[in-house]
Design a protein around this ligand. Structure first.
Ligand code: F6R
Length: 243
């Protein structure tokens, strides 16, 4: 695992956007693993610009998102489907909708949906580059503390701290979904390369725990030590965790 402090949020986001760009340029049939959340908004803004400048055709690019809420439809304003279209997909005309994948959190048979998503990942994958944010409690995807490192795509219960963190996007905390479908830790580790991005003081505690090197299900992100090609990209606020 490489831990790289790039100083500022802007530099850190630019690094991630640029690595996605380089992946797309190196293989027009790349498979990208995408994340949502506040952390990635600036990454996608920069990626849209970079793709425009380079006039890249995305028609053969496949994407898989990590997770989607259960209990709200794709077209809900806070669904991750809507987020991805608002911040990335709708800004570039050459994405191929058929190659864009998010779990369907309003599927009639949710168990079946989890199996379907994992088998799609196996069929279309492996993911070339998986980008990740990190929860304040160390979650990756929506794999909360205690999740087995063997987990595949599944239905997960969100913890109080995650519901609280996500409530900033909803009118009331009661409206925040309590469950999601998430790629599991093992599903994430199938990617060829993983880049985790964390910036801001709220992530400092999780990053400090990660940097102890202890591998424990109490800190889901520590599973990344079991992968041979991981970068942790930080700004000063997430890295300088002592003060
Ligand atoms: C999002 C995801 C989550 C977020 C994490 C950080 O698809 O899987 O693990 O990356 O909760 O969220 P933000 O970026 O909002 O702090």
């Amino acid at each position: 695992m490489q831990i790289i402090n790039l100083g500022s949020k802007e530099e850190a986001c630019h690094y991630v956007a640029n690595e996605l760009l380089k992946q797309i340029i190196s293989n027009k049939k790349s498979v990208l693993g995408l994340a949502t959340g506040g952390t990635m908004v600036r990454v996608y803004e920069q990626l849209v610009n970079l793709i425009r400048i380079n006039e890249l055709d995305l028609n053969e690019i496949t994407t898989f998102n990590l997770d989607e809420y259960i209990g709200i439809d794709y077209d809900h304003s806070e669904s991750y489907y809507t987020y991805m279209h608002d911040v990335l997909f709708n800004h570039l005309s050459t994405w191929n909708e058929e190659r864009i994948h998010l779990p369907n959190g309003s599927a009639e048979d949710l168990q079946q949906e989890t199996k379907h998503y994992e088998s799609l990942l196996d069929k279309e994958g492996p993911i070339d580059v998986q980008i990740l944010g990190i929860g304040e409690n160390g979650h990756i995807g929506f794999n909360e503390p205690g999740t087995s490192f063997e987990s595949l795509t599944s239905i997960v219960d969100l913890t109080e701290s995650t519901i609280e963190a996500n409530s900033r996007y909803f009118e009331a905390i009661e409206e925040v979904p309590k469950q999601a479908i998430s790629m599991g830790i093992q599903s994430i580790l199938k990617a060829k390369r993983i880049i985790l991005l964390a910036y801001g003081p709220k992530k400092a505690d999780a990053i400090r725990k990660l940097m102890t090197g202890e591998i424990t299900t109490d800190l889901p992100a520590s599973a990344l030590y079991n992968h041979p090609n991981v970068e942790i990209i930080l700004d000063n606020n997430a890295y300088l965790s002592e003060d």
